[in-house]
Design a protein around this ligand. Structure first.
Ligand code: ADP
Ligand code: MG
Length: 559
């Protein structure tokens, strides 16, 4: 086992559980996990108090998975959650952590779905039952023995359950379980009503409280941006256009995300590299040295890999993924504003993470202002400013060194100096037209439309589906006479379906009806084109550029 597994491996969990956790990309246990797991493993009752987003699910799921007996086909652990969404989330998390434990099954029991299949799953030997109290009581009314074999009980978000009026249901459930069971209670707050439950139903509980102390981070200007999870890469690329940074560190949650984002940035011409726990220590040091001396400008890191990182050049911190506790937020943004300089920290927030934003504001005692994605005008201004800044210093003596060459070239070509200067600018900008229209065309995100909370979103995005998963989604069946073609340009290159359509219509000389579905993914796009004359069409489109990049459309065979 490598040293990086140290964090979770040191907790004495079953190696298959540790392996599954590491495979999800967690590098280190969070504070609540570090403290709760040994207590639950030892069989104690426990009261855990910690804010949202601190990683409570794994804090109970991992030790409980360790303690159940997969060879026994009967319910052994019950997790109660206040809502159907939370129950589904917890059930999904259990399934993820149990991936390498054959024979372990999880059933989610909640209202609004037929009772029959739920009961059947329990009777078929699911060891882990994740339920909302109301629906579970319905089951108990049909069969008072369903919980007779359960010897671990977890009340997740206990304060929320009481707020929703589940007190009486809880009492019914407690009675239906063996008194010798282990009971663990998690709650963000501990009002009197919760203490009373603990008093009556927990035996000699250990207390774990994760303190969220106020910390000051005054030298750092903080802002947040609301964005959907699948738009993060595009949002980062837009922000980079307008932020005036020297060196920048981006934080994500998993090793895979460090690699994905770093390569998206490199593809855009940024000097970027990934920094994660899988990278050998000496290689990590090289990355940090490169960031120090300017061979790199952007490092995409996990929390663990960036620990102790001290690079005075860092002017910006992007929290691309939410930190899992306010302390690590403070820690992360402390990577900028070093040595009394000013720093800027940006936090991307998905709709379901808004509560964590509030926690961060409370803990830091500061408001984290909302910013919007830069609009096309702002991007245009920023690009022109960059160009101006790069050319201005050359103007002073360029005429002395290259003036004669200019005269000669204008004479040879037979053009005006203005025409030649424009041609050189086109070259310097790689053919990008620096106009509002061109920039509007290449931008896939609509600024100033903050995402709204969608129903079911909480269950929908955790564990978050990786973009790789999404990209693996099977394409739709193809219509007769059409061929599927692929380009390596995707949303992260600023491509939208309408850009592809426009380019193919214009340069390919096709009728709109001849073009089938266009699917834009993060790192590539698929377009359905007529099979008839395809080779000719692709040759015609050979030099077509979209958003300043070569389209390079090729026939795509899925096999
Ligand atoms: P809580 O129940 O305290 O609100 P969750 O258990 O829902 O928090 O966890 C919040 C997020 O943090 C989830 O997306 C989860 O996958 C992630 N997470 C939990 N533990 C870790 C860890 N040790 N390392 C990285 N991410 C983690
Ligand atoms: Mg939770």
């Amino acid at each position: 086992m490598t040293q990086e597994l140290g964090g979770f491996a040191a907790l004495e969990l079953h190696p298959n559980i540790v392996a599954a956790v590491v495979a999800t990309g967690y590098e280190e246990p969070s504070a609540i996990q570090q403290q709760s797991i040994p207590i639950i493993l030892a069989g104690h009752d426990m009261i855990g108090q910690a804010q949202t987003g601190t990683g409570k699910t794994a804090a109970f799921a991992l030790p409980i998975l360790h303690r159940i007996d997969p060879s026994k086909r009967e319910p052994q652990a019950l997790i109660l959650a206040p809502t159907r969404e939370l129950a589904l989330q917890v059930a999904t998390a259990f399934e993820t952590y149990a991936k390498q434990m054959p024979g372990v099954t999880v059933v989610a029991v909640y209202g609004g779905a037929p009772m029959g299949p739920q009961l059947k799953a329990i009777r078929n030997g699911a060891q882990i039952v994740v339920a909302t109290p109301g629906r579970l009581c319905d089951h108990l009314r049909r069969d008072e023995k369903v919980l007779a074999t359960v010897n671990h009980l977890v009340l997740d978000e206990a304060d929320e359950m009481l707020k929703l009026g589940f007190m009486d249901d809880l009492e019914v459930i407690f009675k239906a379980m063996p008194e010798t069971r282990q009971t663990v209670l998690f709650s963000a707050t501990l009002p009197q009503s919760i203490r009373a439950i603990a008093e009556r139903h927990l035996r000699d509980p250990k207390h774990v409280k994760i303190q969220t102390k106020t910390q000051t981070v005054t030298a750092i200007e903080q802002a947040h941006l609301l964005v959907h999870a699948d738009q993060k890469t595009s949002a980062v690329l837009s922000l980079l256009e307008v932020e005036d940074f020297d060196a920048l560190i981006m934080f994500v949650r998993t090793k895979q995300a460090t690699l994905d984002l770093a390569s998206a940035l490199e593809a855009r011409g940024y000097k970027a590299a990934a920094l994660n726990g899988d990278i050998a220590q000496n290689q990590r040091e090289r990355v940090i040295d490169s960031l120090k001396d300017g061979r790199l400008d952007i490092v995409v890191a996990t929390d663990v890999a960036a620990r102790g990182l001290d690079v005075p050049r860092i002017t910006h911190v992007f929290n691309v993924d939410m930190p899992y506790d306010p302390e690590s937020y403070v820690h992360r943004i402390g990577r900028t504003g070093r040595a009394g300089r000013e720093g800027r920290a940006l936090l991307l927030v998905t709709p379901r993470e808004r509560r964590m934003l509030q926690v961060i504001e409370r803990v830091t005692g500061q408001k984290v202002a909302e910013v919007r994605l830069p609009d096309a005008q702002a991007v245009l201004d920023a690009r022109i400013k960059k160009l101006t800044n790069s050319l201005a210093p050359l103007v002073a003596d360029a005429e002395a060194t290259h003036g004669d060459l200019l005269d000669r070239l204008t004479a040879d070509i037979g053009c005006t100096p203005r025409a030649l200067a424009a041609a050189l600018l086109r070259k310097a900008t790689n053919g990008q037209a620096l106009t509002l229209a061109a920039i509007e065309k290449e931008r896939p995100l609509v600024p100033n439309s903050a995402p709204r909370e969608r129903t079911g979103e909480r269950s929908g995005d955790r564990p978050e589906r990786s973009s790789a998963d999404r990209e693996r989604r099977a394409p739709m069946p193809l219509a007769e006479g059409r061929a599927r073609c692929r380009t390596a340009l995707g949303a992260r290159d600023g491509i939208a379906a309408k850009n592809l359509l426009g380019a193919i219509l214009n340069e390919g000389g096709l009728a709109r009806e001849a073009i089938g579905r266009i699917q834009v993914r993060d790192s590539f796009s698929l377009v359905e084109l007529p099979e008839d004359g395809l080779e000719r069409l692709l040759t015609k489109l050979k030099d077509t550029r979209v958003a300043g990049k070569q389209l390079k459309l090729r026939r795509y065979r899925e096999d």
